[in-house]
Write a protein that binds this ligand. Structure first.
Ligand code: ADP
Length: 542
């Protein structure tokens, strides 16, 4: 359980710990909510976060909405004001059931203590049933103070044993034969997979399909690692060619949303036939693919593998489509490596990213879990950092949520005890939840936070002279922060390790020392403020 204690839930957290629940106490409910949603994604079990009433619940909405946007299972439990005083202007009064409504699959309010066990079951079950998402449980202060005899408590606990929601629903007809026939007869097939496939733990099934059929594949940003980025059939470095020319695309656990250009021309061919595998009927109905396969990604892929096994086919390395993708990918990788090979000081984004990539790869297996956010930092990191193991990348996600970094780090460290967690953050992304570095120190989590410090959002003050006018022209630009901020000392304030680095040698030393120490650290990389682009790769949207 992640959360922030206060009226009326402090005793809930203390009792939870006494009963064997790990409670990670945060500074802000927003970060606790982000942590819970990422924990749900990484473990397949809903992450739970606890908030106080009113404003605490409102801060927590950030976590619930992030869970909804990413389709990750999470449950927010909030205290709320006394039922008898609601409507009179009570302390932290809010209609919390109404406030959470746009962001949840299911919300429940306990009006009596005897309902709590059943409702806890209900929200936990609903969060993982079908398409995962956020759920909410409201616990009014008066309910938290009610008592019942122990015998009645035992009865309500045992009554709650029968959940109303099943863990995963399989339904919808599956035309596996048609899917395989489409792939078999395609000239330029492509396999695309996303974080829904990662959530389904479909990596072995994907590997089998790719290696028996020889179909090139493209992961979405968080799908990276389900298949190694370094695999010969990876089309990541030939993305435009792969999506622009494929004639049949099997899309598994990834929405045809903005991240995949809505599956529309000009980025995709107008004749492409989509086979969409998704747990959500709603998603399939929305996209109207050529063929929809509603079900759990791993189960559907296993059925496809079975069908292929009966009459195997394989494109082979010399297939013109495989060759075209492989050639393009090699060319693009060579271009990128030529850029990366240079040691540019003052640092651009590429030089430190290459050094970080090499340090992460040197860790071997299990690979560190990477957390990434920011505009340029995340864009460059996505292209340069290598994911070879599943669920090792957490980033701003479907909603482009900035400020998720520290919460995700804490979730990752708790979900995989002992595993190194490395955050690669822009200074702006880091700032949203920087106080949670204290949480890292308090729990002694093995998290190294690397801040690309370029003095602001996109890189500080980038205004042209004709934009610097008006009565407040001497104020700092809306995009700028204090230049050269000593973010590493924030970590040192709590007894963690801080590093300020400006050269390749300094960065290599800081990475080597902090990775082997496996203790909380912040590495503050001073980056040239003019190195990045405004809005990163999404300039057309700003
Ligand atoms: P990405 O950001 O990687 O493209 P999205 O979040 O857009 O991924 O899409 C994930 C999709 O996976 C969602 O539409 C969700 O319904 C679906 N999904 C979630 N769990 C499963 C599962 N077990 N099997 C198949 N699909 C799933």
């Amino acid at each position: 359980m992640f959360g922030v204690v206060g009226i009326p839930v402090t005793a809930v957290a203390i009792r939870a710990v006494a009963l064997g629940v790990r409670f990670l106490a945060f500074h802000n409910e927003q970060s606790a909510g982000y942590a819970a949603s990422a924990y749900g994604y990484l473990t397949g079990r809903p992450g739970v976060f606890l908030t106080v009433s009113g404003p605490g619940c409102v801060h927590g909405l950030a976590g619930l909405s992030n869970a909804a946007a990413n389709t990750w299972p999470a449950v927010m439990i909030s205290g709320s004001c006394d039922q008898a005083d609601f409507g009179k202007g009570d302390f932290q009064e809010l209609d919390q059931m109404a406030a959470v409504k746009p962001f949840v699959k299911h919300a429940a309010k306990a009006t009596h203590v005897t309902q709590i066990p059943r409702l806890v079951r209900e929200v936990l079950g609903a969060a993982v049933a079908g398409r995962p998402g956020g759920c909410y449980l409201d616990l009014p202060a008066d309910v938290l103070h009610q008592t019942i005899p122990e015998s009645e408590a035992a009865r309500v606990l045992s009554d709650a044993e029968n959940p109303r929601f099943q863990e995963i629903r399989y339904e919808g007809s599956l035309d596996i034969e048609k899917a395989v026939s489409l792939l078999r007869h395609a000239e330029r097939p492509l396999l695309v997979f996303g974080k829904g496939a990662a959530f389904a733990r479909a990596e072995n099934s994907l590997k089998k399909l790719i290696e028996t059929t020889g179909i090139p594949f493209l992961p979405t940003p968080m799908g990276k690692g389900l298949m190694p980025d370094t695999h010969a059939l990876a089309a990541t470095a030939a993305r435009s060619l792969a999506i622009g020319r494929c004639d049949v695309a099997l899309v598994v656990g990834a929405r045809l949303n903005w991240l995949l250009h809505f599956g529309e021309p000009p980025r995709w061919s107008k004749d492409v036939k989509f086979i969409l595998v998704d747990i959500s009927k709603e998603e399939i109905d929305l996209r109207k693919p050529y063929l929809g396969l509603e079900g759990d990604a791993r189960r559907v892929l296993d059925l496809i593998n079975e069908e292929v096994k009966d009459d195997p086919f394989c494109l082979g390395r010399s297939h013109p489509w495989v060759e075209a993708i492989s050639k393009k990918a090699k060319e693009n990788v060579a271009k990128m490596e030529a850029q990366l090979a240079k040691d540019v000081v003052p640092f651009n984004f590429l030089t430190p990213m290459r050094i970080i990539r090499d340090a992460i790869l040197a860790e071997g297996s299990p690979a560190p879990i990477l957390v990434s956010e920011g505009a340029n930092t995340m864009d460059v990191g996505r292209a340069v950092l290598v994911q070879n193991e599943p669920r090792t990348r957490l980033d701003a996600g479907t909603w482009g949520t900035m400020g998720v970094g520290l919460g995700y780090c804490i979730a990752a460290a708790v979900a995989s005890p002992g595993r190194l967690v490395v955050a690669v953050e822009g200074d702006s992304g880091f700032g949203f939840s920087a106080m949670e570095v204290e949480t890292l120190v308090r729990y002694q989590l093995p998290v190294v936070v690397i801040v690309f410090n370029n003095g602001g959002v996109y890189g500080g003050d980038r205004r042209s002279t004709d934009e610097i006018t008006g009565p407040y022209k001497n104020d700092p630009a809306p995009t700028s922060f204090v230049p050269g901020a000593a973010y590493h000392t924030l970590m040192e304030a709590f007894g963690g390790k801080g590093y300020a680095v400006g050269t390749p040698q300094e960065l290599k030393y800081a990475l080597a020392e902090s990775f082997s120490a496996r203790k909380p650290a912040v590495i503050n990389i001073i980056v040239d403020p003019y190195a990045g682009a405004e809005s990163g790769r999404l300039q057309h949207k700003n």
